[in-house]
Design a protein around this ligand. Structure first.
Ligand code: FES
Length: 142
């Protein structure tokens, strides 16, 4: 499989996920020393939830990919150019997030079933103030 560098025979999204996962184990050891983890709950469209300890400074999308959360594809790797990291932010948290920028707003036009609480998870940076954040993954992406 992937041992270093990019492999033209492997889809870019798969390679990005592999890199994020490998960073996760190394970074999580470092971050745990400083105990700066923030809990994020991912809920799927059927209501099943999973709470993850996210690294502050990462994004909600990176956290999802590193932890194999279904429903987040992140085909562009977080460059705000695919909309396959679309999530619904729980209403209790919507006002606590910085507003979406113009690029994110434009990309959301390409997401499936956009709602007033839709956001791109690659544009949400994890920070201690977001401890307890709840996001729902849509039934499908794209
Ligand atoms: Fe592509 Fe968020 S990962 S827009």
């Amino acid at each position: 499989m992937l041992t270093g560098g990019f492999d033209a025979g492997v889809p870019l999204a798969k390679q990005a996920a592999h890199i994020l996962k490998s960073l996760s184990s190394k970074q999580s050891q470092l971050f745990r020393k400083f105990d700066n983890m923030t809990k994020i709950t991912f809920r799927d469209h059927a209501g099943k939830t999973r709470t993850i300890e996210a690294e502050d400074g990462s994004t909600v999308m990176e956290t999802a990919i590193r932890n194999d959360i279904p429903g987040i594809e992140a085909e562009c790797g977080g460059s705000c150019s695919c909309a396959t990291c679309h999530v619904y932010v729980d209403d209790a948290w919507l006002e606590k997030l910085p507003k979406a920028g113009p690029l994110e707003e434009d990309m959301l036009d390409f997401a499936f079933d956009v709602r007033p609480n839709s956001r791109l998870s690659c544009q949400i940076t994890v920070k201690p103030e977001l401890d307890g954040l709840v996001v729902e993954t849509p039934e499908k992406q794209g």
